[in-house]
Design a protein around this ligand. Sequence first.
Ligand SMILES: C[S@@+](CC[C@H](N)C(=O)[O-])C[C@H]1O[C@@H](n2cnc3c(N)ncnc32)[C@H](O)[C@@H]1O
Length: 301
Amino acid sequence: MAAEVLNALKPKPGGRYADGTLGGGGHAASLLAGSSPTGWLHGCDRDGAAVEAARRRLSGSFAGRFEIRQGNFAEMAGWIPAAICDGVLLDLGVSSPQLDTPERGFSFQHDGPLDMRMDVRQTLTAAELVNGASPEELAKIFWELGGERDSRRLARALANNRTRQKFETTRQLAEWVERLSPRRGKQTHPATKIFQALRIAVNDELGSLKRGLEAAMKILQPGGRLAVITFHSLEDRLVKGFGREQTRDYTCPGGVDVPELRQPRVPEMRWVTRKAAKPGAGELRENPRSRSAQLRILEKL
Ligand SMILES: C[S@@+](CC[C@H](N)C(=O)[O-])C[C@H]1O[C@@H](n2cnc3c(N)ncnc32)[C@H](O)[C@@H]1O
C-alpha cells in the first residue's frame, strides 16, 4: 500500500518521519525520496536482519538522512525526541523474508525449527511455548490470538502428545494438527490459526502494538500523522479502539462508558479517513499476501 501510505503521510522536504517496522526498507525509502533533499527518517525493526537489509537499501541514495536501530517500536519514544515527527508508520505483521526463511520458523510451508522470534535476542521461542505452557495457557492462546474454535481439544491433545515426543519443527506441528483436524474441503491449512496464535504470543504483538501507539502519540507533533497497516482483526480492533479514545471529546471514568458520567476533554487526534483503506486489485494480483491488509490514518491535533 505504498501509494496510500505516501498519500497519508505526505512527506515533504525537511519533514521528520518514523518507520517503526522497517522490514526491507521499502516504505522507508519512499518516505525519504518523498522528503528529499532534507527530510529525516528514524527507523527501527525488532529483526536484526531487517535492520541490516534496510540499512543497505537506504545507504546508497539517502546516506546521512536517517538513524536506524534494532528495537521494538513500543520503545520508540525512548530514543526519538517528543513531538518532532510529521509522520509515523507502523506496517505490522511479518515480512516476506521472515516467512520465506525456513530457519526463522514462521511458516509451515517450509520445514524449520519452531522458533518465530522476530528478535532472535529474545529467549522465548514457539517451541518453548508449545512444549512448556500448560494446556489451559495454550488453549487461551489458540482461542484468543488465533480464533481457533477447537482450542481446548487441541491444547489437551498437544500436551498429551508432547510427553512422548517434543514438538521441534514447523512441519511436525502442522502435520500433527492436520491429523487431528483434517481439512474436510477447507482451503486454508488447519494449522494456520495455531501458527498465527503462537507467533502473536511469542512476540507479544498486541502488547507491543498498544505501547507502540502510545509511543507514536508522544513523538508526533501537532498536524503529524500516524499510519497503521494491520493484517488481522485483533490488530485492527486495537487500532480502532485507540483511535476512538484519542478522537472523542470526553473520558469515561472507570473505563466504562456511562453517558451521565462522561467528563469533557479536548480530543488529541482526528481520523483522517473514517474507513480503513484496503489494497487495490493491482496490488492484490502482485502481492497476494496483502489481501488482509487495512490502513488506518490518524492526525494529531
Ligand atoms: C510487513 S513487514 C514491514 C515491511 C516494510 N514496511 C517494507 O517496506 O519493507 C513488518 C516488519 O515489522 C517488524 N515488526 C513487527 N512488530 C514489530 C515491533 N513491535 N517493533 C519493531 N518491529 C516490528 C517485523 O520484524 C517485520 O520486519
